[in-house]
Design a protein around this ligand. Structure first.
Ligand code: NAP
Length: 182
């Protein structure tokens, strides 16, 4: 089965964007010389699944094309909403998470990057996320779009690795699932 993998940056108070979706607080970090593992992570996935809101942010940065295919989950976007520079790289889907993962598996995807707060939350609820690299930015922004949200039950996580960087970023790699007893 195709597994979901998260690589995301959050403020210390748990937000991934301001309420107006701006990322200025993230972009201003002095991280230019650091390797937080993003390139290696992207090389490890077959493609990206992202929510409509995240796609709309990405579409504003034409200078940062994705090297991998992107599936945008949306009930509201139409093909005409995809900007020219992303045609052929992005497809829209209205599928539910479990159904989408089955389709992607049939298409040969082993690992999918799952991106966007609400989409990550729904994939977590459906048990489709295998692991998450959550990088905490040393800033409080007070309000915004949350990375995590309500759950019907706890999701146990195991810390696989933790790294801190001179910029103050702290990157924690978690696997989902209970701690295995030795
Ligand atoms: N800090 C970071 O590293 C980072 C990373 C990624 C994104 N971001 C930012 O975080 C924000 C994400 O916003 P968000 O959490 O509101 O949205 P999101 O997860 O990117 O998108 C949510 C939208 O996706 C659609 N959708 C379709 N199927 C869904 C499903 N199964 N579960 C949930 N949504 C589904 C819905 O749009 P329709 O109404 O069209 O159906 C829904 O409103 C953006 O501003 C983005 O730029 C930050």
């Amino acid at each position: 089965v195709t597994t979901g993998h998260v690589f995301i940056a959050t403020s210390l108070d748990g937000f991934i964007a301001r309420r107006d979706h701006s990322l200025d607080w993230l972009m201003k970090q002095p991280v230019q010389k650091e390797d937080h593992g993003y390139e290696a992570f992207m090389a490890s996935v077959d493609g990206l699944i992202m929510g409509r809101a995240s796609f709309q942010t990405v579409a504003r940065f034409p200078d940062r094309p994705y090297a991998k295919p992107v599936v945008v989950l949306s009930q509201t976007l139409r093909d005409g909403d995809i900007p020219d520079h992303l045609l052929g790289k992005v497809r829209l889907s209205r599928a539910a998470p479990v159904a989408l993962m089955a389709q992607l598996q049939a298409g040969g995807w082993k690992r999918a990057c799952v991106d966007g707060g609400r989409v990550i939350q729904s994939f977590l609820r459906d048990g489709l996320i295998a692991d998450m690299v959550v990088t905490t930015i040393p800033i409080l922004i007070g309000d915004g779009v949350r990375l995590f949200g309500p759950l019907s039950g706890d999701i146990d996580l195991r810390l696989l690795n933790s790294r801190s960087f001179p910029s103050g970023l702290v990157s924690n790699h978690y696997a989902t699932g209970p701690v295995r007893s030795e």
